[in-house]
Design a protein around this ligand. Structure first.
Ligand code: MG
Length: 382
């Protein structure tokens, strides 16, 4: 287990829960980075006294300087600041919970500096999975998944041989629009899409959860993390979010990981691996739930999910294109520039219209991401 962590995305949902887990187990937090929330970041710094403090939005740097005066932290800003934390000598494990493609360069930087990664930034693996996994494998560095489904699969693989794995069951909550048709979703408002039944999360991932893009991203993430082919991943809708995912071995034994829907459990497993110590969460009572349900996903209604599986089959830059198109489309939806269902259409169109190219280096990923964002911008204008 790790004794020191640096947290990118410390004021978000994963970041704040990671701090709670670190405090419960005496893990020192050596660096904190937030995107825009200076006040919350400085409040965390007062409590944790990290060596490094970074605001990703450079326009807030002067506000950070003023608010953090006298704290004794070295102050950083922008992508340079995130990457400095990623490779700093004080960094033990890098916990990356930033949102979006912006997390890729810090992840690659940390790997190059021999830092183990606790990864909650799924877009990193979707866009640059080939680069991240090969760089980590070259150095023998672990990537501990924090996404609850991927943590579940990682936990189910312990003590067994990965080569005897037949397939995985990736569970999905189904999002707030489970059971709805496209006709019923045509008029969906931003407020409706931001209202998730089981998890409280940031705006981007909540919209991804409503469109099932989140599950599509997780499908691609699972492929990279566990070296699977697309036909080895079965997505199952499980409304209660109690079975966090499962694996099936060659002997048809299915092993799953269950727990209350609380991200502190996967966060703690990533930080304390392979230890299992008391966690600041609630116990799971199966009899309180009584019934757990399972259903097939609706691929006709949720275009994002279908598009991600297609992107995964195409390979090369297609997943990075799907991710970039989605980031741009979600931002446009949140600004009320496009209707809800247009998000899925734009993701699907982006991988059909933009040719896939091989991803050899970081710049190739950035180029694929940019082409997708430009495609979406042009489609919205026309
Ligand atoms: Mg998840």
């Amino acid at each position: 287990m790790t004794d020191r962590i640096a947290i990118l995305g410390s004021t978000g949902s994963i970041g704040t829960q990671a701090i709670a887990v670190a405090q419960a187990h005496g893990i020192r937090v050596t660096a904190l980075a937030a995107n825009t929330r200076v006040e919350e970041l400085v409040r965390q710094a007062r409590l944790l006294r990290p060596e490094l403090l970074c605001i990703a939005d450079e326009s807030r740097y002067s506000a950070l300087k003023e608010a953090a005066a006298g704290l004794g932290c070295r102050l950083l800003a922008g992508m340079d600041g995130l990457c400095e934390i990623a490779q700093h000598q004080s960094t033990g494990t890098l916990l990356n919970s930033v949102v979006g493609m912006v997390g890729l360069l810090p992840t690659l930087t940390a790997i190059a500096a021999n830092k183990p990664i606790a990864l909650a930034n799924k877009e990193t693996l979707v866009a640059g999975g080939a680069l991240v996994m090969s760089a980590a494998a070259e150095r023998g560095l672990p990537i501990y998944p924090i996404d609850s489904e991927h943590s579940a699969i990682f936990q189910c693989l312990q003590g067994n041989q990965q080569k005897q794995l037949k397939k995985i069951i990736l569970t999905a909550s189904g999002g707030p629009f489970f059971g709805k048709t496209k006709a019923e979703l045509a008029e969906t408002t931003v407020e409706q899409a931001l209202n998730h039944p089981n998890w409280s999360m940031g705006n981007k991932i909540t919209i991804d959860s409503a469109t099932l893009m989140n599950k599509g991203l997780e499908f691609i993430e699972a492929r990279w993390l566990f070296d699977l082919t697309p036909d080895q991943i079965e997505i199952v809708v499980h409304r209660q979010s109690v079975l966090h995912s499962a694996v099936v071995y060659q002997d048809e034994s299915m092993i799953g990981q269950m727990g209350v829907p609380d991200m502190k459990i996967p966060i703690q497993y990533a930080l304390l691996y392979p230890e299992r110590l008391p966690c600041p969460t609630k116990p799971l009572s199966l009899t309180d739930y009584g019934t757990l349900t399972f259903a097939k996903p609706d691929y006709d209604t949720f275009d994002c999910l279908t598009a991600c599986i297609r992107a995964s089959e195409i390979g090369g830059s297609a997943p990075a294109i799907a991710n970039g198109a989605n980031e741009a489309a979600v931002a446009a939806f949140l600004k009320r520039k496009i209707p809800f269902l247009r998000i899925g259409e734009l993701v699907a169109e982006s991988i059909e219209k933009i040719p896939s190219a091989p991803l050899r280096c970081y710049d190739d990923v950035v180029a694929a991401d940019r082409s997708a964002r430009e495609f979406v911008a042009a489609a919205i204008e026309s």
